[in-house]
Write a protein of this length. Structure first.
Length: 373
């Protein structure tokens, strides 16, 4: 049976070069980077070269890159330390953020009594930045936490504009950039964001590796304690093979960004054309969305909503209805709930997300699968 993997916003296939890099380190460079013997020093060298490579891609200092297990850990650390250690009194976020931010903000509200405010969401999925400026007019020690590319709809936040608004109001700015790192250039010297996060498996690297960018002299303190790894900010022996794989994946993603993004964008356009031809009344959720994400509501009876992913999976087609973290939930997407009417929300919707590994044949398979439902 032919298969089509169109769930790249959930996770991506490893590049062959990344697998080779990781296999070499697992086989030959297995020392503990905190050990002082030669094997340990060699592992430490790989670790620091990886840190420098990642920093170079983002125009940051190597000392500003802290390795974590994933973006969720990094989000939790930054928000929690901002409240606990930087004495942030208010978090401004939105109701369409990833739950790594939303649930953390709610937990901090319960634990510390901080104020949590939400930026209005426009019907097209974009955030109302005029409302953000209005919220910031209330003088309070504030952290703004807004994601760069929405993981369900692909709506894009203007990082430069939000950075400017935050600076004007002396607020810290954290952005969950998990969906955009490796797929869009971010220059951290040009764009004065205080904190960003990444997960390697979103840009063809391994699961279990991520990083946080923490601007110098931020004052963040560790989330948990143990050894002095990661400049005392993240205890625990570093997974050298995964970190080196992540650095390799990021390097290759940016080396190939122009050609691969154009190719992926052409696949997205082809998908839209095919949907228009076969399902004329379908609706794209969100406007001006990121080139590798397409969220659509299909003109089908709402009775098909609960089984649509199952039927597609039986035909070898992998898509999702939203965040993979919530894929087992029968509740509608919290992101689409902010954008769609109650009636629209009942209809079948799918998130199609592409990578350079996809082909037009994958799209044709998806369309045929949808026609048979």
């Amino acid at each position: 049976m032919k298969k089509a993997y169109l769930d790249n916003a959930s996770t991506t296939a490893l590049r062959p070069e990344v697998i080779l890099e990781m296999t070499k380190i697992l086989t030959e460079d297995y020392g503990n980077p905190s050990s002082t013997h030669s094997q340990g020093r060699n592992a430490k060298s790989i670790l620091e070269l990886s840190r420098k490579s990642i920093a170079r891609q983002l125009n940051a200092a190597a000392s500003e890159i802290i390795f974590t297990s994933c973006g969720t850990e990094a989000d939790n650390w930054i928000l929690r330390s901002a409240v606990k250690n930087l004495k942030i009194e208010r978090i401004i976020t939105s109701k369409i953020e990833h739950h790594a931010v939303l649930h953390t903000a709610m937990a901090l509200q319960d634990e510390y009594g901080i104020q949590v405010d939400y930026v209005n969401v426009k019907p097209n999925g974009e955030l109302d930045l005029t409302h953000l400026a209005e919220l910031l007019s209330e003088e309070k020690k504030t952290l703004v936490s807004l994601m760069h590319v929405n993981n369900e709809t692909g709506t894009v936040l203007d990082l430069d504009r939000v950075s400017q608004i935050c600076q004007e109001h002396k607020a810290l700015f954290h952005s969950d950039t998990v969906q955009s790192i490796g797929k869009a250039k971010i220059d951290l010297q040009h764009t004065p964001i205080d904190f960003i996060v990444a997960s390697a498996h979103k840009f063809h690297g391994p699961k279990g590796a991520g990083f946080a960018f923490v601007r110098k002299n931020s004052g963040l303190q560790p989330l948990f304690f143990g050894g002095e790894q990661e400049k005392g900010q993240r205890a625990g022996t570093e997974a050298v093979h995964q970190i080196a794989g992540m650095a390799k994946a990021l390097e290759l993603s940016y080396e190939n960004l122009e050609t691969e993004s154009l190719y992926i964008d052409s696949l997205k356009e082809y998908t839209v054309e095919k949907l228009k031809a076969n399902f004329p009344d379908f609706k794209i959720n969100g406007e001006n969305t990121f080139y590798n994400l397409l969220n659509v509501t299909l003109p089908m009876d709402e009775s098909k909503t609960s089984m649509i992913l199952f039927h597609l999976d039986m035909k070898g087609i992998a898509v999702s209805r939203g965040s993979a973290c919530q894929s087992g939930s029968i509740r509608p997407s919290h992101v689409l709930a902010e954008m769609l009417s109650p009636d629209e929300l009942k209809k079948p919707n799918i998130r199609i997300s592409f990578s350079h590994f996809n082909t037009k044949e994958d799209i044709d398979l998806l369309i045929e699968g949808l026609k048979r439902i």
